[in-house]
Design a protein around this ligand. Structure first.
Ligand SMILES: Nc1ncnc2c1ncn2[C@@H]1O[C@H](COP(=O)(O)OP(=O)(O)OP(=O)(O)O)[C@@H](O)[C@H]1O
Length: 211
């Protein structure tokens, strides 16, 4: 279990500064809502924490490790082993089965990780028990986001970056996703949720407002 600390982060595109000297902490087990108008930099902040984009200055710490100073290989391993993502458009492999989509989360970690994983338990937890062989394209939006949740349950990442995870869902499915994210967080993950929704914000422990 590791706390996530963003220290004095600054990020600009051209002459537009998204944030300057931003410092935040999300303890393991907690959820932070990242809010702000369209274009305020929510997705960019998530991408910088997930090492998909680089800060102009500042650092991101996972426990005692400064992940922004890792080598390219170290960053790749960090993403592979410690990072979980959720997006509005589900970001699943549509033409593959539910089971195959879960296996993808662990494939790079090797056969032992695949053997140990409790795929059926994860599917049961999100209400998709026994549906391992169904193709993702045949599922509803709410069901697809349940697969994305099951993938996180299987992977047990240190950080989850969720970018508008409920943006395409009705309010019942929104509550389902947020409750399950809370349950995953409670097992020791720090969760960042970029959102426009005040309903989603209510499920989080802290709120960061970007301007
Ligand atoms: N690679 C890039 N090059 C230049 N500008 C960029 C780049 N990526 C993002 N931006 C700009 O940075 C700003 C923040 O974008 P970002 O997607 O982080 O905002 P957001 O708060 O997530 O918006 P939304 O709520 O619409 O998703 C926007 O003005 C965007 O145009």
């Amino acid at each position: 279990m590791s706390n996530i600390v963003v220290q004095e982060a600054t990020k600009s595109f051209g002459d537009k500064t998204l944030y300057a000297n931003l410092s935040i902490t999300v303890p393991a087990g907690q959820m932070m809502a990242v809010m702000g108008a369209s274009g305020s930099g929510k997705s960019t902040l998530l991408n910088c924490i997930g090492l998909l984009d680089t800060l102009d200055s500042g650092s991101v710490w996972v426990g005692n490790e400064n992940i922004t100073s890792l080598s390219a290989e170290g960053q790749r391993k960090f993403r592979r082993d410690s990072l979980g993502y959720m997006f509005q458009n589900y970001a699943l492999i549509e033409n593959a089965s539910i089971q195959e989509n879960l296996e993808v989360a662990l494939a790079a970690q090797g056969k032992e990780a695949l053997r140990k994983a409790d795929f059926n338990g994860a599917l049961e937890r999100v209400g998709l028990a026994g549906r391992n062989k169904e193709k993702v394209y045949s599922l509803s939006g709410g069901e697809q986001q349940r697969v994305a949740l099951a993938r996180l349950i299987v992977k047990r990442p240190t950080i989850i970056l969720a970018d508008e995870p409920t943006g395409a869902l009705d309010s019942a499915n929104e509550a389902m996703v947020m409750e399950e994210l809370r349950a995953i967080a409670a097992e020791g993950t720090a969760v960042f949720v970029a959102t426009h929704s005040h309903e989603v914000m209510r499920f989080c422990d802290t709120v960061l407002e970007l301007y």
